[in-house]
Design a protein around this ligand. Structure first.
Ligand code: HEC
Ligand code: HEC
Ligand code: HEC
Ligand code: HEC
Ligand code: HEC
Ligand code: HEC
Ligand code: HEC
Ligand code: HEC
Ligand code: HEC
Ligand code: HEC
Length: 383
């Protein structure tokens, strides 16, 4: 590199290296980063005494008596963070952490270059001082100690899963490790207490990651993974389907809303074991599909209930809409000895008064969980 001589300044100033006056102020190599005389190294040897340089190069480093400006090469000034750090270090795992972490996660970040503990009177190596994120503790039982960086290795650091219920073999990484593996580096994919591995079913893909919150479901409560604001029953099903032609959706709402008015709502418990909490036994502790109460004889291939009382001999398909009407489950009236084919609907109430009105309509009685009815309640209601 070319060194510019400014004789006027050189003559009347002591040389920083204490050498002969009259020669160049700085030794050759002042601009060569590979040289021991490089000005950055000289500054470090001088415990970052910028005031020494300012004596000749000016308080504002714009030239001063030396008439050589630092700002031609360091536009932001020689004491700007970027002059010494650029876009940030690339040593060790710095580059890997550039997305997802910031300096403050691992270092005390100085407010200015001359802040105590940064470089002035502070010999290498750099201090690793963990920020709040590494110290996150979801359950104290899973934290063995405070986060630490020792011998090039991180221990008890939340970010790498060391404070989760199931740390992995690489939850205590070395700063010079080459990361091996993928999502299973910090936690299992899925963790070993999981029965299902399609993360997005239960953890929204938009959830912030490594933020100290285990985001389960898109909303709190029972509609977080299935159903919507009106009910935890599908739609949405677990894949987000909303059409009744999807097996996960099917006739759920037809059974819960009963738009035909054939009876009141049919509770989830009629067809499923209903969990009191997300983690309750029988809920998500097995592989898909969802379990249907055994007594109904749910036949997944045929998409129908083989032994449910409700539909009598008719076996409508779960995903087929509009197939249930007066007359599809039993005759109106049934063709048996108790009935004559000519009986009109208005006559039913004379023998089935708790089910039918004299006007020939089904009786629905308002209740706290929707209307109730003696129709399709499991026994034949007579006088
Ligand atoms: C005694 C006055 C004086 C002091 C103190 C001084 N310099 Fe200089 N510096 C000069 C002069 C004069 C030049 C012009 C080249 C020469 O004479 O060596 C110069 C040149 C330089 C150059 C080369 C610039 C170029 O474009 O060639 C750098 C870099 C530099 N100084 C850095 C520093 C740093 C860093 C310090 C503080 C550690 C410092 N100087 C302290 C006077 C000084
Ligand atoms: C001719 C260009 C040039 C001039 C003028 C110049 N520098 Fe530099 N300076 C450099 C280069 C090149 C580097 C090394 C950058 C790198 O390693 O990425 C550097 C690095 C530095 C560093 C960083 C040291 C470190 O360890 O990270 C400091 C501080 C610095 N210069 C101060 C000064 C000061 C003070 C002056 C004026 C007195 C000055 N420089 C003038 C080119 C210059
Ligand atoms: C994930 C943690 C982490 C993050 C984030 C991080 N560092 Fe570091 N840093 C370290 C570790 C570990 C070392 C090595 C300490 C040692 O020498 O053992 C280190 C070393 C350093 C050093 C000493 C020189 C070197 O390259 O080793 C500097 C300077 C530094 N970091 C600056 C920064 C700055 C500036 C940022 C933000 C842009 C940053 N670090 C972000 C962990 C981190
Ligand atoms: C003159 C050069 C220089 C400037 C300017 C500078 N740093 Fe540094 N910084 C260093 C060096 C050298 C280290 C390594 C210190 C060590 O090894 O102990 C360092 C270390 C760090 C570290 C690691 C933690 C530590 O203190 O060791 C962080 C973070 C950091 N600097 C941020 C900043 C920020 C932010 C700014 C601007 C406000 C800044 N630095 C300005 C040279 C500088
Ligand atoms: C069937 C639903 C479901 C699926 C699918 C699922 N998780 Fe989870 N996950 C949960 C529940 C529930 C928790 C416990 C939340 C709590 O304890 O607060 C959890 C907790 C976690 C935790 C926290 C640590 C732990 O073991 O408790 C991690 C990490 C995690 N899941 C990752 C995954 C990954 C990765 C996948 C996909 C490979 C996945 N999960 C698939 C329901 C699921
Ligand atoms: C660097 C460590 C690390 C890696 C690598 C990692 N995770 Fe995680 N992950 C965590 C931590 C820590 C948690 C605990 C919850 C939190 O803070 O977000 C978590 C939680 C999760 C969860 C639970 C939901 C939530 O709250 O975030 C899912 C799902 C998940 N991770 C999926 C993945 C997938 C998919 C990958 C691969 C693309 C992956 N993780 C890679 C550290 C990691
Ligand atoms: C009439 C019977 C019935 C009722 C009532 C019922 N379900 Fe279902 N449910 C089913 C059937 C059948 C399936 C499909 C099972 C399969 O995939 O093999 C199912 C599947 C599901 C699934 C899994 C969806 C998917 O994507 O695979 C969830 C979740 C579910 N039901 C929740 C509920 C909830 C919550 C309620 C009450 C609010 C409810 N169900 C009421 C019969 C019912
Ligand atoms: C973390 C996501 C998630 C949340 C939150 C959730 N569920 Fe589920 N739910 C599922 C999954 C996955 C299935 C399918 C389970 C299977 O494979 O057996 C399911 C199935 C069901 C079923 C069908 C029967 C079964 O267990 O298969 C019912 C009923 C049900 N959930 C009710 C609830 C209730 C009540 C809540 C609130 C206490 C709730 N769910 C909260 C994920 C969730
Ligand atoms: C989804 C199948 C289904 C449909 C459709 C249906 N029923 Fe029924 N009905 C039943 C079942 C099952 C019984 C047997 C008794 C019970 O469980 O209430 C029954 C019994 C009856 C009874 C006897 C009294 C009683 O409740 O036990 C009357 C009356 C009756 N239904 C009238 C009607 C009328 C009127 C319609 C059309 C508006 C109709 N049903 C449509 C399933 C159905
Ligand atoms: C004269 C009395 C009488 C009238 C009127 C009557 N039923 Fe019934 N119904 C009965 C008796 C008795 C039973 C019980 C039969 C049994 O248990 O074998 C019965 C049973 C039923 C059942 C149960 C299924 C079955 O086949 O046993 C249905 C459905 C039913 N009636 C529908 C109707 C409808 C619809 C009407 C009006 C169109 C009606 N009934 C009018 C006497 C009557």
């Amino acid at each position: 590199m070319v060194i510019v001589l400014v004789a006027a300044c050189a003559e009347d100033r002591p040389r920083p290296d204490g050498g002969d006056a009259g020669a160049r102020v700085h030794p050759a190599g002042i601009l060569d980063p590979a040289s021991e005389a490089f000005h950055g190294k000289e500054l470090a040897r001088r415990n970052w005494s910028f005031t020494t340089c300012a004596r000749c190069h000016g308080e504002d480093f714009a030239g001063g008596a030396a008439k050589v400006s630092c700002l031609t090469c360091h536009a932001d000034g020689p004491t700007a963070c970027t002059t010494c750090h650029g876009d940030g270090p690339t040593t060790g795992a710095h580059a890997l952490h550039r997305t997802g972490a910031t300096c403050v996660d691992c270092h005390r970040v100085p407010a200015s270059w001359d802040a105590p503990g940064h470089i002035v009177d502070d010999a290498a190596p750099a201090e690793v001082t963990f920020g709040a994120r590494a110290s996150i503790t979801l359950d104290p039982a899973h934290r063995a100690g405070p986060p630490a960086y020792e011998g090039g290795r991180c221990t008890n650091v939340y970010c790498h899963g060391d404070v989760l219920p199931f740390p992995t073999a690489t939850s205590e990484p070395r700063w010079d490790d080459t990361p091996v593996g993928g999502c299973n580096r910090c936690h299992g994919a899925p963790p070993p207490d999981h029965a299902q591995d399609h993360c997005a079913t239960c953890h929204p893909t938009s959830a912030p990651h490594i933020d100290g919150v285990i985001q389960v479901g898109s909303t709190s409560g029972c509609s977080g993974c299935h159903g919507d604001a009106s009910s935890p029953a599908p739609p949405n099903d677990l894949d987000g389907n909303r059409l009744t032609t999807a097996l996960g959706v099917g006739a759920h709402r037809a059974h819960l809303d009963v738009p035909t008015g054939l009876r009141g709502p049919i509770a989830c418990a009629t067809c499923h074991l209903v969990p009191a909490t997300v983690g309750a036994p029988g809920h998500i502790d097995s592989m898909l599909p969802a379990e249907v109460t055994a007594g109904l004889g749910w036949d997944r291939a045929a998409q129908t209930c083989a032994s449910a009382w409700c539909h009598q001999a008719s076996r409508p398909r779960w995903t087929e809409a509009g197939v249930v009407a007066c007359g599809t489950c039993h005759g109106v009236p049934p063709a048996d000895a108790s009935h004559s084919p000519s009986m009109p609907l208005t006559q039913c109430a004379s023998c089935h008064p708790r089910t039918m009105t004299p006007a020939g309509t089904l009786i629905l009685t308002p209740g706290p969980n929707g209307p109730t009815s003696e129709h399709i309640d499991g026994d034949v209601d007579l006088l």
